[in-house]
Design a protein around this ligand. Structure first.
Ligand code: ACO
Length: 324
């Protein structure tokens, strides 16, 4: 059998920072409201000459360096994003060229805030099938480009950034929860709920990208339920118990969603990686950036069992269990 192991993790956040106090000057809001309702203090914003691909390339370079490999060794690049550089070709093409990954094939995946989990699942399948030995999975966003900066309901929530993970194939007798590797990934979606979190435009519908539109309270309600259910589902499928989990690495949407999910799962907040206060919601980039920060701060260590969960527009939602 073949399994996927995590060989390196990287991240990149643009230098420019937008604080809650900056937002107070742009819309009718307050630092206190934003912190109390969302947990966010600041978010990073791409410079005018930066794009999703330039952020993704930087995160990819970092992940390759941490894995100790070069771009030429990659067989596959999957980029999860909601904010592509071009309508076509895929943003992953610019990243492939930037990383010199001449041997790889590359494509984008779009599943909003669950995008990284969807991309991770696809890469894991290619590796398990024996088609690919080394894959780079990236989540990258310039959400600042599709946020309506006059809409206080949404503009306080989002930020830009990129995170990346190198996966490598490893021969194994069987997938064991006590050994390193991706143990399981569960994906879900429900297209009937697409209007609750969407953009006001799209290439085919309006010939514009549109701006983010969200029914915040409804999204919140679904998020806590779906995130705790999918986490429990992946735990049940792998036959481990909740107490075996060393860390929860959740999608960073809102501190109250993270706290609500952790409470439902009975996971102590000390065992949750939280990057939200300094990053906001970076959509597809949020989970790999949380992994990156967790490793950098030495909370996440080799041998630990970690639970990932994500939920986003679609709705899409996903859970994964990984032994680092
Ligand atoms: N500053 C001040 N007041 C605000 C702001 C703001 N930035 N935004 C909304 N308000 C006002 C509203 O207009 C409303 O005023 P009203 O009562 O006069 O109409 C009041 O605050 C309460 O609004 P609610 O929407 O009920 O506030 P709520 O407590 O639900 O918080 C929030 C809003 C933070 C958006 C919350 O619903 C939420 O987090 N939802 C989840 C959305 C999310 O995280 N989406 C990210 C993408 S999806 C994902 O990643 C899971």
């Amino acid at each position: 059998m073949i399994k996927s192991i995590i060989a390196g993790v990287g991240g990149y956040l643009p230098e420019k920072v937008l604080t809650n106090f900056d937002l107070e000057k742009m819309v009718e809001t307050s630092d206190a409201w934003i912190r109390e309702r969302t947990g966010i203090r600041l978010r990073h914003i791409a410079a005018d000459d930066q794009t999703t691909s330039s952020l993704a390339t930087k995160a990819g370079e970092d992940a390759l360096k941490n894995a100790g490999i070069s771009g030429e060794e990659l067989d596959l690049i999957i980029l999860a994003t909601t904010t592509p550089d071009d309508t076509t070709p895929a943003t992953a093409m610019r990243v492939q060229a930037g990383l010199g990954a001449t041997k790889a094939f590359a494509f984008d995946v779009q599943a909003a805030c669950s995008g990284f989990m969807y991309a991770l699942s696809v890469a894991d399948k290619f590796i398990k099938a024996g088609t690919v030995k080394t894959a780079l999975v990236i989540g990258a966003e310039t959400l600042s480009r599709i946020v309506d900066w006059s809409d206080r309901n949404t503009c306080v929530l989002f930020g830009d950034g990129a995170g990346a993970v190198v996966l490598q194939a490893k021969e194994t007798e069987h997938i064991s929860t006590t050994e390193e590797g991706i143990l399981d990934i569960v994906l879900h979606s429900d297209g009937r709920l697409r209007d609750l979190l969407t953009t006001t435009g799209g290439v085919s519908r309006t010939q514009t990208a549109g701006f983010v539109h969200m029914e915040g309270r409804e999204v919140f309600r679904h998020a806590v339920t779906n995130l705790s259910n999918v986490a429990q589902e992946v735990i049940d499928r792998t036959g481990i118990s909740l107490s075996d989990i060393d860390f929860l690495v959740p999608h960073q949407a809102n501190i109250r969603i993270i706290e609500g999910t952790a409470k439902k799962l009975d996971i102590d907040l000390d065992k949750v990686i939280i990057t939200l206060p300094e990053q906001g919601n970076t959509s597809a980039a949020s989970i790999p950036l949380a992994l990156y920060e967790g490793i950098k701060s030495q909370k996440l260590k080799k041998g630990q069992l970690i639970l990932l969960d994500a939920m986003g527009a679609g709705f899409t939602w996903a859970g994964a269990l990984i032994r680092l």
